[in-house]
Design a protein around this ligand. Structure first.
Ligand code: 13P
Length: 259
């Protein structure tokens, strides 16, 4: 089964809605100029909540060759949860993807695998694709426990989902020590864990789900290192932070297949 690579730009807490419009237009021009072929790779931008409506309007109005999504979602359907944004609200804005369990949410907001699991379920229930983030910190890596540690996160985050749901979602392996540090996991490091994740999904959810699920690597991905990472068999895309704020660099990542 062939899995279409997914290049996702996680803007994190950057760009107000005016700046967002500028970046989306710049990215669209750059991709057009460089003759991006959406058959060969898929691109999406994961933007702050306040940018979503603006970005959606541009993408749909101008039929741009990428989609948009959110960086988080509430576990709750609706009600007295001040400051939260529901999956229904995001689905109404045509979000294709929702990041759940990013390491920054796990670290600064105490999100456990149970919470991440509930968020993934909320996204799925409203027809959006969760990008489920996992990955170890430097201490775990130094102890050599990165594979079992990450698989444990995958297990908790995907608990109780159907094989069909797992086959349709995205898992992003982001070693925390490689995020925003310029420190990239080697392609071998990334493949080791991404391969183990696919093996785990095969054992828990079956071969069909394992063949279909897309597994991304994230952590200091740039236009200059994406091709060698993508050459590994179990890596189906990248979750990109810093470089997704630079249209030329993000376009080079989306166009990795030309390198
Ligand atoms: P950087 O690409 O800036 O290292 O961020 C990775 C990340 O956390 C994407 O979600």
């Amino acid at each position: 089964m062939s899995r279409k690579p997914l290049m996702a730009g996680n803007w994190k807490m950057n760009l107000n809605h005016v700046e967002a419009a500028g970046l989306v237009q710049n990215l669209a021009w750059t991709l057009k100029d460089r003759k991006f072929d959406p058959e060969r790779s898929e691109a999406t931008v994961l933007v702050p909540y306040t940018d979503i409506r603006t970005v959606q309007t541009l993408i749909e109005g101008d039929k741009l060759p990428f989609s948009h999504g959110a960086q988080d979602v509430s576990t709750h359907e609706s009600g007295a949860f001040t400051g939260e944004v529901s999956a229904d609200m995001l689905a109404k804005l045509n979000c294709a993807y929702v990041v759940v369990g990013h390491s920054e949410r796990r670290e600064y907001h105490g999100e456990t695998d149970e919470v991440v699991n509930a968020k993934a379920r909320a996204a799925l229930a409203h027809g959006m694709t969760p990008i489920v983030c996992v990955g170890e910190g430097l201490d775990i890596r130094k102890e050599g426990r990165h594979v079992p540690y990450t698989l444990d996160q995958v297990k908790g985050s995907l608990a109780g989902l159907s094989a069909e749901q797992v086959g349709g979602l995205v898992v992003a392996y982001e070693p925390v020590w490689a995020i925003g540090t310029g420190e990239v996991a080697t392609p071998d490091d990334a493949q080791e864990v991404c391969g183990a994740i696919r093996g785990f999904i095969s054992d828990e959810f079956g071969a069909e789900a394992a063949a279909a699920v897309r597994i991304q690597y994230g952590g200091s991905v740039k236009g200059s290192n994406v091709a060698e990472i993508m050459a590994r068999p179990d890596i189906d895309g990248a979750l990109v932070g810093g470089a997704s704020l630079k249209p030329e660099d993000f376009a080079s990542i989306v166009l990795f297949y030309e390198q």
